[in-house]
Design a binder for this molecule. Sequence first.
Ligand code: ADP
Ligand code: MG
Length: 249
Amino acid sequence: MSQLLYVQDLTVSAEDKELLHGITLSVGEGETHVLMGQNGAGKSTLGCTIMGSPEYAVTGGKIFFGGEDITELSADKRAKLGLFLSFQNPVEIPGITLSEFLRGALEQVSGKRMKLWDFKKKLKAAMQVLDMDESYADRDLNVGFSGGEKKKAEILQLLILQPKLAILDETDSGLDVDAVKVVSKGIEEYRRSVGGSLIIITHNDKILSSLSVDKTHILADGRVAREGDGQLAFDVLQNGFEKYISEGK
Ligand code: ADP
Ligand code: MG
């Protein structure tokens, strides 16, 4: 399987503090990877750095996407190449409807303005997958949305933008039962219709059970402490991190 993402010996700093100390990992086309680690291990930092967040400075190593060195590319250029990162805390934007937001995001990423009729059809189909009431399309983005509804809006974005690689950072969001179903269903549909790759940051056993995980990466103190197959994620959930982290050292 060819490599879609290759992170090579990456060191990252913010506010003059080194947070990631030489991370190497790769994700093949169509693969599903799980990123785990205790609070503060560096999972979100890695996700944001791959996406090109200006908050984090790459001080060493490189990031390749589809064979291209993207280490210096801006976040919007990375999005155009097919990278997507979901936010743990989606923003509320009064005055912009969910539908307008998604159409704008799609236009930015694809460089083309889709005909309104075609876009509405695409949106309707994606909303049906997520059992989302159509009226949500015309509501202001995330304003007054419940946690589960925000999650739906985020997964809807994934289905509309159809990125080549999606990084879903679920860590601290305390997903309720409804949200877990949405994430699982959305991921299933993304895998089915787009066949894209996934890096999912989660400790949620229900989400993990609904995925077919190719590889698990465990971060500790800004380093990859341990890697393994899909089973490793379940072992960690059952036995805790310590055992796996110390064995990896
Ligand atoms: P995780 O997502 O695994 O819980 P994070 O990537 O959020 O961990 O954080 C890793 C470490 O980096 C933590 O110690 C955190 O305080 C620190 N950190 C994250 N972002 C910044 C930042 N912008 N400035 C300074 N320190 C940060
Ligand atoms: Mg985090």
